[in-house]
Write a protein that binds this ligand. Structure first.
Ligand SMILES: NC(=O)c1ccc[n+]([C@@H]2O[C@H](COP(=O)([O-])OP(=O)(O)OC[C@H]3O[C@@H](n4cnc5c(N)ncnc54)[C@H](O)[C@@H]3O)[C@@H](O)[C@H]2O)c1
Length: 326
């Protein structure tokens, strides 16, 4: 489709889990999509099915380096490692990406007059002292801990967005994304859904950190992408939570994964990592009210395609995690 409302849209981090699904969605809507990615945690495989689409372009670049001069209508700024093992591997790189990458993306938005959306995170709430978390909660974050490179990087990115809107008139949107899962997550990225599903499919013990009573919310990727697109199209210039308010303990998730995979896996326990939040659940009333958005997928409905994806990955040599990283 090439309609008069066709936009040219930059997705930084487009080769990642969320970015590649977002590129799919934007291409389906008939837009021109440019993915800018350095394959730090993303995979070329995530773009394989898009490569022959004339509306799709890939720029291999580090968002923290000076960016090419692009004429674009919108920027979805997603580039940043998202899982703890990845962002803790090199905290300096993570902070560089969050700080310089966000500054570069905002400068590009300013130069080209593009609207820009930040993929922020529930981690800006840290280990929250109020529950569930609303957007007006300021958070309980350790600036000197192992998660600080990510949490404080994203908080600074939000502050950079706010400052560029206030001082330079950049048209900003901020999504605070809560734990999202689905096909194309990396099998070894250390997030709880991918960990459990891969362990269950391999018949390995399912590793629960702590006693498993800590809770998480799980949003299916299609729901999240719908929320991002609605937020971008809205006139909401303040942070908006996007996530699934259904709250499950980690033990409940493990039991569901074992049942749905038909696995014989046992459950093993390891100590809880430091700064691991006890409870996490979004209050999404702002998104419901202002974007008319709420998740449509139950955890069971989303786990189905996720398990099917990982079944293929586990049984195939063509594993995304084994791809050479640029
Ligand atoms: N998945 C979630 O549950 C979740 C939750 C909250 C926030 N987010 C945010 O959403 C965004 C995407 O997350 P994801 O789950 O798809 O993670 P991901 O690791 O799969 O994707 C991140 C992408 O950014 C790219 N990237 C990293 N550093 C870069 C750099 N310096 N230059 C260019 N590209 C770079 C990676 O190669 C990868 O393709 C991230 O900003 C993350 O913080 C995700």
């Amino acid at each position: 489709m090439h309609s008069s409302c066709q936009k040219t849209i930059l997705v930084t981090g487009g080769a990642g889990f969320l970015g590649s699904h977002l590129c799919d969605r934007l291409l389906r809507e008939g837009h021109k999509v440019i993915s800018l990615d350095n394959f730090h945690t993303g995979s070329r495989l995530n773009h394989r099915h898009q490569a022959s689409n004339p509306d799709f372009e890939l720029i291999e670049a580090d968002v923290a380096d000076p960016l090419p001069d692009l004429r674009i209508d919108e920027i979805y700024h997603l580039a940043c490692p998202a899982s703890p093992p990845h962002y803790q591997e090199s905290p300096v790189t993570t902070l560089r990406t969050s700080l310089l990458g966000t500054l570069n993306a905002l400068n590009l938005a300013m130069q080209t007059g593009a609207r820009i959306l930040l993929a922020s995170t529930s981690e800006v709430y840290g280990d929250p002292l109020v529950h569930p978390q609303r957007e007006d909660y300021w958070g309980n974050v350790n600036s000197f801990g192992e998660r600080a490179c990510y949490d404080e990087g994203k908080r600074a990115a939000e502050a950079l967005f706010h400052a560029h809107a206030a001082e330079r008139g950049v048209d900003i949107r901020i999504a605070r994304i809560f734990n999202t899962y689905g096909p194309r997550m990396q099998p070894d990225d250390g997030r709880v859904v991918s960990n459990f599903v891969v362990e269950a499919l391999q018949g390995l013990p399912i590793t629960i950190y702590g006693d498993g009573s800590q809770t998480r919310s799980f949003c299916y990727v299609d729901d999240l992408v719908e929320g991002l697109v609605r937020l971008m199209a809205s006139d909401v210039r303040t942070p908006v939570n996007l996530g699934n308010p259904g709250e499950f303990s980690v033990s409940e998730l493990a039991a569901m994964v074992v049942a749905m995979t038909g696995s014989q896996s046992s459950i093993s326990h390891l100590p809880l990592p430091s700064d691991d939040p006890r409870r996490r659940r979004p209050d999404i009333s702002k998104a419901q009210l202002l974007l008319d958005w709420k998740p449509a997928f139950s955890l069971e409905a989303g786990l189905g395609p996720t398990i099917a994806y990982f079944r293929d990955v586990v049984s195939s040599q063509d594993r995304p995690s084994l791809q050479p990283v640029a």
